[in-house]
Design a protein around this ligand. Structure first.
Ligand SMILES: [Zn+2]
Ligand SMILES: [Zn+2]
Length: 95
């Protein structure tokens, strides 16, 4: 397990995250933002830029099937355009 992955899992168990998660769920009225399902809800990170100190706008409520689709999409994007992804990373570093 990588360091980032461990940090992520620890954070998911933290009280801070539970509170933030709950706030996001309430803002989205406990509905998936893609299909309006009310079951199997999960909170997806739109960006990890502020990981551990997220704005509520960095997060989105999704149901598990939509969440899986979302990550599949992200993986495919990264897979298809590794070049562009590298550019994005180097830009972030220069900020
Ligand atoms: Zn959904
Ligand atoms: Zn996610």
């Amino acid at each position: 397990m990588t360091e980032n992955r461990r940090r992520y899992l620890d954070y998911m168990k933290s009280f801070l995250w539970q509170v933030k998660r709950q706030q996001r769920l309430e803002k989205d009225n406990h509905h998936c933002r893609r299909c309006y399902s009310t079951t199997q809800l999960t909170i997806h990170h739109l960006t990890y830029d502020r990981f551990g100190n997220e704005d509520l706008d960095d997060l989105i409520t999704l149901c598990e099937p939509c969440h899986v689709k979302e990550h599949k999409k992200l993986r495919e994007q990264n897979h298809v355009k590794p070049q562009q992804n590298q550019n994005r990373l180097s830009r972030q570093r220069s900020i």
